[in-house]
Write a protein that binds this ligand. Structure first.
Ligand SMILES: [Zn+2]
Length: 433
């Protein structure tokens, strides 16, 4: 005889969008469902009528017909940086050219200078504000890249700040070393020498300190050649680190195929990816991370090969690409809408792009991104009639509450569910560990 289960938390009167890969319909919908969590994992889910007889929980939550989805995953961000580029945004709208801004010390180099000068506290404070916006929208996992230090000390500092965010706030942080983001000023015309530094010092130190979960690079004519990226990838692989790539954003240098050749977790941007690149990604299982925020902000017109990805079943993730230069965006819900309006993803595809496919882009597919028994209890509860509304609305935030690793720290948040917009700072305050 099996004893009736006794769980930590039980959600009732709830509709589920499981985003389960094995579901027969797009969202994996279970209406009038129930979901139980225990010791930080999802312990049971299904139609309420199928709940095991005698099942009990320490805490029961009446969701009043709201919808539970997996906690959202922002799988590509540059969240930690110093300064702002609002001045450049304005200057360009006042007619300044990209070249004149670059000559005046603007662009990525301005962010590198500001980041090098910023204290750990300042970097942490600004990143926390941005993170609060995302957590307030149900984000429970985020990737954060370095790449505005471009020297050993600052690259490590950025990763350390990112790691600390994950320890202080209810969000899983995956860190990515992006030292090969741009050629730093002091290495002008000496990109190969900088790649030496990246491969001989920065990657080994970041790995020794366990500060990086993956290594990324920017393969583009304004950044690094495929040959230079290969050196970075070989070094990363020698250290047992997963790789990712900013690929084919502004031109087709074969970045997607290069990433696929190294078994990259993801290739990101991909506006100029060729059919060959799509096929290579399909063969290697590399996730296509699409970044409509940068596409929008830079007023690009060339679309990523969405139909090609669909035809070859390449999983598509979407992310904010939060960064000061090309996507100063801290709303993953807005990105859901942009993915549909700009890239013509269906709402179900877009939602999969911030749940199970985003999980896979971070190597976390067995832990998060779906509502399935055994996965982490990372949940977002929404005041919507159907999950498609998360992609439809512009500027709304129907989040009622979120759960990270099983911890719903304040039932008050649920009691206050009628106040749909939970102020982000208040949420941070309530959920802070
Ligand atoms: Zn990026």
């Amino acid at each position: 005889v099996t004893a009736a289960p006794h769980w930590d938390d039980l959600w009732l009167n709830v509709n589920l969008a499981t985003m389960d890969a094995s579901a027969t319909q797009p969202y994996g919908i279970v209406e009038d469902g129930a979901l139980a969590t225990h010791k930080g994992r999802i312990a049971w889910l299904g139609p309420k009528k199928d709940l095991p007889a005698g099942a009990r929980a320490t805490r029961s939550h009446d969701a009043h017909g709201a919808w539970l989805t997996p906690g959202l995953i922002d799988c590509h961000t540059h969240l930690v940086y110093g300064g702002s580029r609002a001045n450049e945004f304005e200057a360009r709208l006042d007619g300044a050219s990209y070249e004149s801004i670059a000559q005046a010390g603007g662009g990525i180099r301005a962010t590198v200078r500001a980041t090098r000068l910023a204290s750990d506290e300042a970097l942490t404070f600004r990143a926390t504000e941005r993170l609060a916006d995302l957590i307030a929208e149900g984000v429970t996992t985020i990737e954060i890249k370095s790449g505005y230090g471009l020297d050993l000390a600052t690259e490590l500092r950025m990763l350390e700040v990112a790691r600390q965010l994950g320890l202080r706030y209810p969000v899983t942080v995956m860190t990515t070393l992006l030292a090969a983001h741009a050629v730093p000023e002091e290495f002008t015309n000496r990109a190969d020498d900088y790649i030496d530094l990246v491969c001989n010092e920065i990657i080994p130190r970041a790995d020794a300190l366990k500060l990086a979960d993956a290594v990324d690079a920017f393969c583009e004519h304004i950044a690094f050649t495929p040959t230079q990226v290969e050196r970075v990838f070989r070094t990363a692989r020698a250290h047992g680190l997963a790789v990712k790539l900013h690929a084919d954003q502004l031109s087709d240098l074969g970045g997607a195929a290069l990433a696929a050749r190294f078994g990259a977790l993801s290739a990101d941007h991909l506006e100029y990816t060729s059919e060959r690149g799509v096929a290579a990604m399909a063969a290697s299982g590399t996730v296509a991370v699409l970044l409509p925020g940068a596409f929008y902000f830079l007023r690009e017109s060339r679309l990523p090969p969405i139909d090609g990805f669909r035809a070859r079943s390449v999983p598509m993730a979407i992310a904010t690409d939060c960064n000061p230069g090309s996507s100063p965006c801290t709303s993953l819900l807005l990105i859901l809408n942009m993915a549909c309006t700009l890239f013509r993803l269906t709402p179900a595809e877009a939602l999969a792009g911030v749940t199970r496919h985003a999980a896979r882009a971070l190597g976390l597919a067995t832990r998060v991104g779906q509502l399935r028994v055994g996965l982490d209890a990372d949940l977002a509860l929404w005041d919507v009639e159907h999950p498609r509304e998360l992609c439809y609305a512009i500027g709304a935030n129907p989040l009622i509450a979120s759960v990270h690793a099983g911890a719903l720290r304040e039932r008050d948040i649920l009691r206050q569910a009628s106040a749909k917009r939970v102020d982000s700072r208040e949420l941070i305050g309530r959920l802070q560990l």
